[in-house]
Design a protein around this ligand. Structure first.
Ligand code: HEM
Length: 196
């Protein structure tokens, strides 16, 4: 496997792990098990990192374990980015941003518990989780763009290039007509061979 292939695979894995962690976090909150492990980073003190996997502790601990696996996967993704994607700055930057977000999110998870589920802290925890997922999703899409099926790329391009319907409401600015500066708006010679 080439370095770039490893990176794009790691990006998809991190994205899926983030989604899983978010769902497990939602499970913690909806089942009211936020304080089933009342301390952090261990569960019931004394360096207990393997609590009995039952009841509320199982719900809370599964979220923490998922968060840990996610953090390791994002760390690995950033290493791969530094090693293989220095030529593609956007990918490298996004992987560094995702690492910063996951570290902040894990620390904030600890704060959620230390503050006994203070609403503001829980909300920031949710906000960072969704931001992290957004960054990882964009990263996974961009890293895999070259290998995506042609029809998906065509679909995205078509969605980006379609013009809004011209408004007939008085006072509303009509959508601009064709822009000769944009390659897609230039008239195409009928005899020109189609690409692809
Ligand atoms: C690092 C990645 C993490 C992500 C993406 C994440 C995401 C989430 C999400 C989406 C929720 C549900 C919030 C809501 O529905 O409003 C949640 C809840 C929660 N998370 Fe995390 N979390 C992470 C790490 C952690 C860690 C490391 C801990 C603890 C050490 C933690 C502790 C909690 C707790 C206690 C709740 C429930 C809060 C409550 O019951 O009010 N999280 N998390």
């Amino acid at each position: 496997m080439r370095g770039h292939d490893l990176f794009r695979f790691a990006a998809v894995v991190a994205c899926v792990l983030c989604y899983t962690t978010i769902i497990l976090g939602g499970n913690v909150i909806t089942t009211g098990n936020g304080l089933a492990c009342p301390d952090w980073p261990s569960c019931f003190g004394n360096g207990n990192y393997l609590p009995a996997f039952s009841g509320g502790a199982a719900v809370e601990w599964s979220h923490r374990v998922a968060a840990f696996v996610l953090s390791v996967s994002v760390l690995l993704l950033t290493f791969l980015g530094v090693a293989f994607e220095r030529g593609r700055r956007a990918l490298l930057r996004l992987s560094i941003v995702s690492l910063a977000l996951v570290v902040a999110e894990a620390l904030l998870g600890g704060l959620v518990i230390e503050t006994s589920l203070l609403a503001g802290v829980v909300l920031v925890h949710l906000a960072l989780a969704t931001a992290l997922f957004g960054v990882l999703l964009i990263l996974a899409l961009l890293a895999n763009l070259r290998e995506m099926p042609r029809r998906w790329v065509d679909w995205a391009r078509k969605a980006a290039e379609e013009e809004p319907v011209r408004s007939k409401v008085p006072g509303m600015t009509p959508a601009p007509g064709p822009n000769p500066a944009r390659p897609t708006d230039r008239p195409v010679a009928m005899s020109a061979p189609r690409e692809g």
